[in-house]
Design a protein around this ligand. Structure first.
Ligand SMILES: NC(=O)c1ccc[n+]([C@@H]2O[C@H](COP(=O)([O-])OP(=O)(O)OC[C@H]3O[C@@H](n4cnc5c(N)ncnc54)[C@H](OP(=O)(O)O)[C@@H]3O)[C@@H](O)[C@H]2O)c1
Length: 238
């Protein structure tokens, strides 16, 4: 017996991959996507990989049609897919700005727009957007990325106000430094420096983020909406 349907963008690796396995282990049917073909553990039948680019409304429409036929439209949407394209502002190319905004912000619009209708119909739903502390505190070399993540906080608040009366919560999770491909460019020295600046003394893991996302998706979090919750080992306190 399934606990519900979950859709996670960017689930082939990193944080999204951890979230996908976490929900699958807790008896949800999980559809996870990425731009490239990928596989989940084939032994786990309730994990379904889908090739989909969040910037392509055509891909999303095709996926929606397919999930609708299979009764797999999500009760829980996790907008996780994200990219960086770091560059100091003066050297930032138009495409470095456009690609990051298109994936990190427009992708969230594209997926939320198409999946929210069914949640409204069911008068039940959860939308969880993966933002970043870079969107809260800024980061040198990340004008594009922090703008996209900061915008997600506003997106979350406004949508939460619109959908509250339909019993749909919308929240943001803002990770700090998490040990994934996205942070693999850091050399050992930089990693040590970062660890020193984190009160809990370590980078986070995908599992750390999964637990918070699972809580926000649960009935226990039914009175939490419109929030951006940092999960960063105490790096950003305000
Ligand atoms: N790692 C960190 O320290 C950190 C900190 C704060 C916030 N975050 C946020 O957490 C989320 C996950 O980050 P991560 O560290 O797990 O990154 P990651 O390891 O680079 O994984 C990113 C995932 O997103 C997918 N993806 C990228 N562009 C896509 C697109 N246009 N359409 C569909 N899928 C796409 C990637 O697969 P393909 O390449 O195959 O498409 C991959 O599955 C991101 O939103 C990121 O901004 C991460």
């Amino acid at each position: 017996m399934s606990n519900g349907n979950v859709f996670i963008s960017g689930a082939s690796r990193g944080i999204g991959n951890s979230i996908a396995y976490h929900f699958a282990e807790n008896d949800y049917v999980v559809v996870g996507t990425s731009r490239n073909e990928f596989e989940f553990d084939k032994k786990i039948k309730n994990l379904i990989p889908v090739k989909l680019d969040v910037t392509s409304r055509e891909d999303i429409q095709n996926c929606f049609n397919d999930l609708k036929t299979k009764n797999l439209l999500p009760d829980i949407l996790i907008n996780n897919a994200g990219i960086t394209s770091d560059q100091i502002f003066l050297r930032m190319k138009d495409e470095e700005w456009d690609n990051v905004i298109d994936t990190n912000l427009n992708g969230v619009f594209n997926l939320s727009k198409i999946f929210v209708k069914n949640m409204i119909k069911n008068r039940k739903g959860r939308i969880i957007n993966i933002s970043s502390i870079s969107g809260l505190m800024g980061n040198s070399g990340q004008v594009n990325y922090s703008s996209s993540k900061s915008a997600l906080n506003g997106f979350t608040k406004s949508l939460a106000k619109e959908l509250g009366s339909r019993n749909i919560t919308v929240n943001c999770v803002a990770p700090g430094y998490i040990d994934t491909d996205m942070t693999s460019f850091l050399d050992e020295d930089s990693k040590k420096q970062i660890e020193k600046s984190i009160p809990l003394g370590r980078l986070g893991s995908g599992e750390d983020i999964s637990k918070l996302v699972a809580f926000l998706a649960s009935d226990e979090a039914s009175y939490i909406t419109g929030q951006t919750i940092s999960i960063d080992g105490g790096l950003l306190m305000y």
